[in-house]
Design a protein around this ligand. Structure first.
Ligand code: UDH
Ligand code: MN
Length: 363
């Protein structure tokens, strides 16, 4: 009798424990809980140096220094393997306070003037230009460069990073800066693929390959600020990738969205107006961390965005790459990127910019 009772007690205890585990796993954050669960059984890892060491994923620079030791061969290089041996999955992303551009330079000895790179010991299968719209976010740019350079090197891609810097303090225009980036990058080289990249989004998985697909690609599908999910089905913001042909098919991006919002949805609509679909990486791969920030001065919400979006079907052929008017003020080949400072004017055209008082932007 006594043994039967204790058998029952054991059974109830086991069932109870199972229930607790199931309840834990089925809740939100399933993956995290599973990893946590299994980590209990593993040996504790030695925390890496730096202020934030509670993150998962590996160091984005791991094993990359080996590349620098390979003697440079100039001719007759074999093609890089289809799957890079350096790609390994999740990347640990933290934002250490003391980071400097000099440190980023030091960690990327194979990056040459203008922020260019090609794999030293094999012929890259892909050539990608990264276009970053920018103003007054040097702090974010430093972190993006710190992560993006080794991230792309892991993927054995030939690449160049272009920062398109809007001069002066008139209202910001993200999409028009992308049009500038497209033309100015294509002027330099016959790029196969262009990645249009917000300055504050850090990719968290190196399997998110920075190459183009058969259709325009929306890469930033799982951002931390949206709970690592797509916020809505047609979302096309943050990071996207198009071949020159795809870009021209939809007449590039709109030039007339001044201030925050709407332009990314307009671009999404253009994709389908151009007769194309949106391609996306897997949710677990297209993950990004956004460096936290407030809405910038000079990039106030555009209250007209919904009215404009309703008209994209009628306006896309008249406004886009074919009508992008701008004036390049300077082109600097810096150690980690090519900086293009540009006057894109205001919603009244280029002239108000020229007439405005104040010092001329640095050339
Ligand atoms: N950008 C600049 N400078 C600016 C404005 C925008 O460089 O002054 C660029 C930059 O690449 C940025 C991108 O444009 O990543 C998009 O702008 P954003 O980062 O402001 O857009 P987001 O969708 O805005 O992230 C969210 C508004 C933040 C409100 C947060 C309140 N909690
Ligand atoms: Mn942002």
């Amino acid at each position: 009798m006594g043994t039967l009772q204790s058998k029952w007690r054991y059974l109830v205890m086991i069932l109870g424990a199972q229930l607790v585990i199931m309840a834990l796993l089925s809740k939100e954050g399933y993956q995290k809980r599973v990893t946590y669960f299994f980590r209990i059984f593993r040996k504790p890892e030695v925390p890496p140096a730096g202020p934030l060491h509670n993150q998962t994923g590996r160091d984005v620079y791991a094993n990359l220094s080996q590349l620098a030791k390979v003697p440079l061969q100039e001719e007759g290089l074999p093609y890089c393997p289809r799957k890079s041996p350096l790609v390994g999955g999740p990347i640990r992303v933290t934002f250490p306070s003391g980071l400097t551009l000099a440190e980023v330079e030091r960690k990327n000895p194979l990056v040459v003037r203008g922020g260019r790179y090609r794999p030293p010991n094999c012929e890259a299968r892909h050539r990608t230009a990264i276009i970053i719209p920018h103003r007054n976010r040097e702090h974010h740019l430093k972190f993006l460069l710190y992560y993006l350079h080794p991230f792309l090197q892991r993927q054995q891609i030939s690449y160049s990073i272009y920062v398109i810097h809007q001069a002066r303090n008139f209202t910001f225009n993200r999409a028009k800066l992308m049009n500038v980036g497209f033309r100015e990058a294509m002027r330099e080289e016959d790029w196969e693929c262009l990645f249009f990249h917000d300055v504050d989004l850090i990719p968290e998985d190196d399997r998110n390959t920075y190459i183009c697909d058969a259709h325009p690609k929306h890469a930033a599908i799982a951002m931390d600020k949206f709970g690592y999910k797509l916020p809505y089905k047609s979302y096309f913001g943050g990071v996207s990738a198009l071949t020159p042909l795809q870009y021209l098919k939809m007449n590039g991006f709109p030039n007339n969205y001044w201030g925050w919002g709407g332009e990314d949805d307009d671009i999404g609509i253009r994709v389908s107006l151009g007769g194309m679909l949106i391609s996306r990486p897997a949710l677990k791969v297209g993950r990004y961390k956004m460096i936290k920030h407030k809405l910038d001065e000079g990039n106030e919400m555009n209250p007209r965005r919904f009215n404009m979006l309703a008209k994209t079907r009628h306006t896309w052929r008249q406004d886009g790459m074919n009508t992008a008017e701008y004036e390049v003020l300077s082109r600097q080949y810096l150690p980690l990127y090519t900086n293009i400072t540009v006057n894109i004017g205001t919603n009244k055209g280029l002239e108000p910019y020229r007439a405005a008082p104040g010092p001329h932007p640095t050339r």
